[in-house]
Design a protein around this ligand. Structure first.
Ligand SMILES: N[C@@H](CCC(=O)N[C@@H](CS)C(=O)NCC(=O)O)C(=O)O
Length: 329
């Protein structure tokens, strides 16, 4: 675990001293957008037109942020157009690496690099900052388009529609205003909330994160008792953003990040909802539970110094969800 300073790799853990033991996530720095014709997006520079085979997605199968982009690549029919390279689940002194694992799911398929930090310095030899996944890479201009998952999924949602003919819209205009505050609460208290609990280095920082996390999960469970999805009857990006945290909750966050007031399976509606999303066509193939369990427990030696990988709970993700048979009150 480390970061780049002026293009040089430094092996250092997150600094929580300056923030009273609280984990603070730094903002992503590459914020360009792929658009249908290369016009600039809401941030960054233009020149990134949608095209087949031009863009490459670097992910970790363990990472919930990268997982969002893999799901959108799948459900938007982009797998033939945007190839993927995955890092090894162990994130140690060199950060994310492309070391091969026995199943052959890892490695840099584009350049054969050894480390994800080399992707960043290839784009900018003087880059300073964390080396995170996902990374959307432009092989034509040899640079990072974006390393912000919430924006990559919006690009995938519509920029390539002319190419794929897939018009499924998970960020519909009419719901954008309603989606925003739900995303914001879930990001702060759940997606990032579990990290705030797990990476806290003082009791106060942990206490400040754990209450809002379970308040939101309680709220979500009752909301999903009345609504099939977060926005009612329509599945949107808000659901996929929540899903990648929920699927990791019992196998990782409950124990490793001390998010243990309740398990996901103790929430009947959230658990059935998670199964429904897991069973959505194409989605199960994006869930690599072995990488998920291995990455967190093996990489965070300040949390789990002996690197024992726990067995994980027996979850039946294929149990019928029956969410389609519910009658909405
Ligand atoms: N804002 C980023 C966050 C991505 C992120 O933090 N990814 C984690 C993996 S789960 C990472 O690569 N961390 C490495 C580090 O912080 O050094 C996004 O949503 O794309």
């Amino acid at each position: 675990m480390g970061l780049l300073i002026e293009g040089i790799w430094h092996d250092t853990w997150y600094d929580t001293k300056s923030s009273g033991g609280a984990f603070r996530r730094s903002a992503a720095q590459f914020r360009n957008w792929v658009t249908p014709d290369g016009a600039p997006g809401p941030t960054g520079k233009g020149g990134f037109a949608a095209a087949s085979g031009r863009y490459h997605l670097y992910v970790s199968y363990a990472c919930p942020w990268a997982h969002r982009t893999l799901i959108f690549r799948e459900i938007k029919g982009l797998s033939a157009h945007i190839p993927v390279s995955a890092v090894h689940p162990d994130m140690l002194d060199q950060g994310w690496t492309f070391a091969p694992e026995p199943q052959g799911r890892t490695g840099d398929r584009l350049y054969g690099l050894n480390y994800a930090h080399q992707v960043y310095t290839r784009a900018d030899p003087t880059y300073s900052g964390r080396v995170t996944v996902p990374i959307l890479w432009d092989s034509e201009r040899q640079t990072v388009v974006s390393n912000e998952s919430s924006e990559i999924i919006r690009m995938f949602n519509s920029a390539f529609d002319g190419l794929t003919g897939n018009r499924d819209d998970f960020w519909p205009e009419a719901l954008r205003e309603a989606i925003e505050p739900v995303n914001a609460r879930i990001y702060d208290t759940v997606n990032n909330g579990v990290y705030k609990c797990g990476f806290a280095t003082t009791q106060e920082a942990y206490d400040a994160a754990i209450e809002p996390l379970f308040d939101t999960l309680d709220w979500l469970d009752s909301h999903l008792a009345q609504n099939r999805y977060l926005m009612g009857d329509r599945l949107t990006e808000a659901d996929w953003r929540l899903f990648t945290t929920l699927i990791r909750f019992d196998p990782v966050y409950h124990l490793h990040f001390k998010c243990n007031r309740r398990r996901l399976v103790d929430y009947p509606n959230l658990w059935a909802y998670t199964r429904e999303l897991y069973q959505w066509p194409g989605v199960a193939g994006t869930v690599h539970m072995d990488h998920i369990i291995r990455h967190y427990h093996y990489s965070h030696d300040s949390i789990n110094p002996h690197r024992i990988i726990p067995v994980g709970p027996a979850l039946d993700l294929l149990e019928p969800h029956r969410r389609d048979q519910r009658t909405v009150a």
